[in-house]
Design a protein around this ligand. Sequence first.
Ligand code: GRF
Length: 176
Amino acid sequence: MRIGVLCSGNGSNFENIVKGCPEHDVVIMIHNKKECGAVKRAERLSIPHARIKSKDENDIIKMLRAWRVDLVVLAGWMRVVTPKLIAAYPNKIINIHPSLLPKYKGLNAVQQALDSDDSITGCTVHYVTEELDSGEIISQSCVPICPKDTIDTLTHRVQQAEHHLLPNVINFAVLQ
Ligand code: GRF
């Protein structure tokens, strides 16, 4: 598969896809933040990257088509995806979210889990649909919530789970 990854931040999941999916090609990393960690990682990994400034998704679609992308992975993409992009890539856009969906959709998912009485949380890879964090779940991974956890320790544990889950889904799940 030719994979396009969309990032707005640190880019650790992007790097793990590149390293963890050697049978696939990450052909382009698109970002919307000028100096995000994902750009430094793309430089180091020699992956082509491009910044899209416009909120209009036409530019993103054009870029994905130009690179003949088969699968779009949202890896920390902090922008709501509109029907335009979804229609351009039906069932070909997946997202990683730091909670056991359907629990804790949207922002601050790890904090929401920490504030709950739950003893486990985790991460979810799901198809992207028009409704935020609500598309069909492909796979999930659990981590414990420990009594002494802080937002930093729990975020770190969830992200470690993400770094296994997302490459595994790309490598082994039967994507539609
Ligand atoms: C991850 O925790 C992911 O679940 C969320 O944004 C974060 C991105 O982290 N959607 P990174 O940029 O991949 O390091």
